[in-house]
Design a protein around this ligand. Structure first.
Ligand SMILES: [Zn+2]
Length: 612
């Protein structure tokens, strides 16, 4: 018996005892965290329940076999179940595409009528579960759907589309499992942990590609070129009626780097998807985030459009990407069944309308915008008002917090809410150069660009090129670490034209490629999603060499005598800045910076821009 099953049995036994009249005092006094404390969920009995198989079915999934449908199998049991399916069905095969930091194989389950090589005419759906392992609905839904494709008459879904399921992406986080991983989420009763074995949040790693899991999934995407990529999560945050919320960059006219793809998702997928979910008894909604936990009516925003997230990356890489956020307070069963309906409908839509989506991908991949908006932040003012299906709530005095707290009542508010919606806007516009030059010594940066699938020219001999280099003005280190990095922000740069010799092994990254926008976002030091912003060029902040006072003072005196313009500039500064005038060190430093002895590479960002 593995730990997850053992824990499940213990918890089931506790639950049974708790409802028994002969319950012992010790059980009655079970720890408060083992008692229900979440707000209630509205009763639900959707038609999609008919999808469930019972224990008489030899292919019942562990989720279905659990009487409360509140269980999700661990890594080993999931793998064993898919191994059986692979052996029993010619439509299913397992493909390992990576290894986790703790050594677990990361695998995908592929359903196709084409055998090992896909028919390139067929659209591909890639469904990814467990990038945040506690949010695992996609695994349990995917097991059911693949089983029904293999044995229960749904193989027709594969006539004109292929399905790839990643049942668990963050496999190490998935095995850090307990009943205490997701306090805001209603099941499954044993849940994995949000971060990886190395304490990283993989849904912040789409652009910097620090983690082996993310490099692996990038490789899988480059290999199979999915037409639709669905990244499946469960929310935290405010209560509402919706059970399945989903979104994408460019929804409802919001900013997108892939306008044709966003139009397909808005106009073709969304109406059909919402209709399919509603027909099965679900309550689909847009992906939105409450602004104020203490005031549910304060408004909503889009949660950010950044490229570190799957949906932001997909928009920049021209890979149609949907982020599903099932609602954490809805029971695991309701969420899993909603996910099943979503994936099945997505396959159907790809079969029917995949050609138009392919055309949209091609159109967006050909875009080469001269200006690239970046560094998005939430608007100060709402741009629209959205109808919203709210849940009733009240407030009460909490002796624990000593203030008013919200109590969600678990009842749908019959009155529709109208909530202000705050969109995002860019705070920086980056110019697209012809290419970037990355020096050979930054092998780690070059490796990440390669993992992205970037087209690059690698120098096999040193080459001197005329490039624009950026001098960083007053870069600021963050006070806290973020995802294992100390971030560095720079808001001002001074371009300098240089002839720079790049060593053998350096790379030229042209921006005239489908991933050109991503090259700009990664390699511009001011981009909040870039390598510099993640603190990955700290070496440029160290100045090397200095000059002794007995050397610079006489040199400075000669400089003053030889250069009347310099003398005038110095005297103006003395007059204007008394603090500077009183600081002998600062005065000598001012001269040192104006000599060729000064470290010329101090705060000089080493990635060059090739411009016309
Ligand atoms: Zn998540």
């Amino acid at each position: 018996m593995n730990d997850a099953v053992r824990s499940a049995l213990i918890l089931a036994a506790l639950a049974a005892l708790a409802s028994s009249p002969v319950m012992s005092q010790s059980v009655r006094n079970a720890a408060p965290w083992d008692q229900p404390f979440l707000p209630p969920a509205p009763a639900w009995n959707g038609k999609s329940r008919e999808l469930l198989r019972d224990a008489t079915d030899p292919w019942v999934t562990p989720f279905e076999a659990d009487p409360e449908h509140d269980f999700s199998p661990d890594y080993a049991d999931t793998h064993a179940w898919f191994d059986r399916l692979d052996a029993a069905s010619g439509l299913i095969r397992i493909e390992q595409f990576g290894v986790s930091p703790e050594g677990r194989p990361i695998y995908a389950v592929i359903a196709s009528k084409d055998g090992a090589a896909f028919d390139p005419a067929k659209p591909v759906l890639l469904a990814q579960a467990g990038i945040h392992p506690g949010e695992i609905d996609g695994k349990d839904a995917g097991m059911m759907l693949l089983r029904d494709i293999a044995f229960n008459g749904k193989d027709g879904l594969l006539d004109r589309a292929n399905l790839i399921l990643i049942p668990i992406l963050s496999v190490d986080g998935h095995e850090r499992a307990s009943a205490y991983s997701r306090p805001n989420q209603r099941g499954p009763r044993i849940q994995g942990w949000r971060n990886t074995g190395t304490n990283q949040n993989l849904n912040r790693d789409y652009l910097k590609l620090d983690q082996p899991e993310m490099r692996a999934v990038r490789g899988l995407i480059l290999k199979y070129r999915p037409d639709l990529y669905v990244d499946i999560h469960v929310t935290d945050g405010m209560d509402y009626q919706y059970d399945v919320t989903y979104g994408f960059n460019g929804e409802d006219g919001a900013f997108t780097r892939s306008p044709a793809i966003s139009a397909w998702l808005n106009d073709r997928l969304k109406p059909a998807m919402n209709a399919a979910l509603e027909a099965e008894g679900h309550i689909p909604g847009e992906l939105v985030f409450g602004l104020d936990g203490d005031n549910p009516r304060a408004g909503l925003n889009d949660g950010g459009l950044g490229e570190r997230f799957s949906n932001g990356w997909g928009s920049a890489a021209h890979v149609p990407t949907i982020l599903i956020e099932n609602h954490s307070l809805k029971p695991h069963e309701q969420r899993v069944l909603g996910t099943y309906v979503f994936l099945e409908e997505a396959l159907r839509l790809l079969a029917e309308q995949g050609a138009a989506l392919r055309a949209a991908i091609q159109a967006d991949s050909a875009l080469r915008p001269a200006e690239i908006p970046a560094n998005f932040v939430s608007d100060e003012q709402p741009s629209s008002t959205r109808p919203f299906k709210g849940i009733r709530y009240e407030t009460y005095d909490s002796p624990a917090s000593g203030r008013r707290e919200i109590r969600w009542l678990g009842q749908a508010d019959p009155e529709p809410w109208a909530l202000p919606f705050y969109a995002s806007h860019p705070t920086l516009t980056l110019k697209r150069p012809e290419a970037y030059w990355v020096p050979a010594y930054r092998t780690d940066v070059i490796e990440r660009l390669r993992a992205h699938g970037m087209t690059m020219e690698t120098l096999d001999a040193p080459r001197t090129v005329s490039v624009e280099m950026l001098r960083l003005v007053d870069p600021k280190l963050a006070a806290h670490t973020n995802e294992g990095h100390v971030q560095i922000a720079v808001t001002q740069v001074t371009p300098e034209r240089r002839d720079w010799t790049y060593a053998s092994g350096s790379v030229r990254v042209p921006t005239d490629q489908p991933l050109g926008d991503i090259a700009v976002l990664l390699l511009e030091p001011q981009s909040s999603e870039g390598f510099f912003a993640w603190g990955m060029f700290p070496e440029v902040l160290n100045r090397v060499e200095y000059i002794e006072g007995y050397a610079i003072a006489p040199l400075a005196e000669r400089m003053l005598a030889a250069d009347p313009a310099l003398k005038a500039e110095f005297e103006t500064k003395l007059a204007a800045e008394p603090k500077f005038a009183a600081d002998g060190e600062a005065r000598l430093q001012w001269f040192y910076e104006r000599t060729p002895f000064h470290d010329d590479r101090y705060r000089l960002y080493p990635v060059g821009r090739e411009t016309k």
